[in-house]
Design a protein around this ligand. Structure first.
Ligand code: UFG
Length: 328
């Protein structure tokens, strides 16, 4: 298929491009490089443009005879979304609609949408299943859930075929060392912890150690970025006209912030000082996926389930790229 990957120069986008290309798809990356890196795109053509311009977007879809859009572009920080909600609704929700309209203009009928575990808010039960209550506690989750609702409306009205993938905590890097995570500023736990043994920061802050969890710190379900990327390939094949399918993507195992720091100490063999700090707004205490549906319906089989492997691949990447792509 001819695939347009929005946010293709980003962390997840670059790994999705790598997997889709390896499976014979012809990919085009669409990215304004606001947060992405041209170096991450590999051999796929990169169109440096903004998604806000729906006409330009539709033209690109027509020119490249796009069959499928994988929509990954967006802002992703739950904490930031609490203090800057407009930024999230504009960039994630309104631009989501611009994209859907451009797809309609260009008669592109297939979409894989990157959604998030944040749509669940504080879950009623663990592990979380796709039909559990949707009640985001931060604007980031709300901004993505709005798009999920739009997808259903577009599927019904125009026959759009869609898969929405609700990511849990994505981490790790391509095992071949070619690409990895490089956010600026970095806000995600694993890369921040690894900055300590890299000498980039002195210690890591633990955002809240008084949660109702066994060690008082937040629990998350970490998924390897290559396993996540592979699910996009399978999702593309599972699209059916006029339907929206929704899948969680996680490993079904929760790790606390303290457990992640301990794993990073073991993998790197270095002491990593950590210090409790106030809770970060918008953080649910515990998010763990049931990914049973993705396994049974998509045939998804994660290859890198162990947290030590996920951290090891991240560590390999950060050691060779201590300041990311540009200053490697
Ligand atoms: N944390 C710290 N110290 C840090 C950074 C993070 O204690 O320096 C904690 C956070 O408070 C949270 C946990 O580590 O409890 C994980 O935080 P991340 O920022 O790595 O990830 P989030 O869980 O906030 O969010 C990520 C993605 C979202 C996605 C969500 C789904 O960034 O896009 O996972 O679970 F929606």
């Amino acid at each position: 298929m001819n695939v347009l990957v929005t946010g293709g120069a980003g962390y997840i986008g670059s790994h999705v491009l790598k997997v889709l290309t390896a499976h014979g798809h012809s990919c085009v990356a669409y990215d304004n490089l606001g947060n992405g890196h041209a170096e991450a795109v590999g051999k796929a053509p990169l169109i440096r443009a903004d998604l806000a311009d729906g006409d330009a977007l539709a033209t690109v879809m027509r020119d490249h005879k796009i069959d499928l859009v994988v929509h990954l572009a967006g802002f992703i920080e739950a904490g930031e979304s609490v203090v800057a909600p407009g930024k999230y609704f504009r960039n994630n929700t309104i631009i989501g609609m611009t994209l859907l309209e451009a797809m309609r203009t260009a008669a592109v009928q297939r979409l894989v949408f990157s959604s998030t575990a944040a749509v669940y808010g504080e879950p009623e039960r663990i592990p979380i299943r796709e039909d559990d209550r949707l009640d985001p506690i931060n604007p980031y989750g709300s901004s993505k859930l709005c798009v999920e609702f739009m997808l259903r409306a577009y599927a019904r009205a125009y026959g759009l075929g869609c898969v929405a993938l609700r990511y849990f905590n994505v981490a790790g890097a391509a095992p071949d060392g070619e690409i990895g995570e490089d956010h600026n500023p970095e806000t995600h736990l694993i890369p921040l912890v690894l900055q300590v043994p890299l000498g980039v920061r002195e210690k890591v802050m633990i955002f809240g150690d008084d949660y109702d969890t066994p060690d008082g710190t937040c629990i998350r379900d970490y998924i390897h970025v290559m396993d996540l990327a592979d699910a996009h390939r399978l999702a593309a094949e599972a699209i059916e006209p006029g339907t929206v399918k929704v899948f969680n993507l996680g490993n079904g195992e929760g790790f606390s912030v303290r457990q992640i720091i301990a794993t990073c100490r073991t993998v790197t063999g270095r002491p990593i000082p950590a210090e409790p700090a106030p809770r970060r707004p918008g953080d649910p205490p515990r998010l763990v996926a049931s990914a049973e549906k993705a396994m049974t319906q998509l045939g998804w089989r994660p290859n890198y389930c162990r947290i030590s492997t996920i951290v090891q691949h991240a560590w390999n990447w950060h050691q060779t790229h201590p300041h990311g792509y540009t200053k490697a």
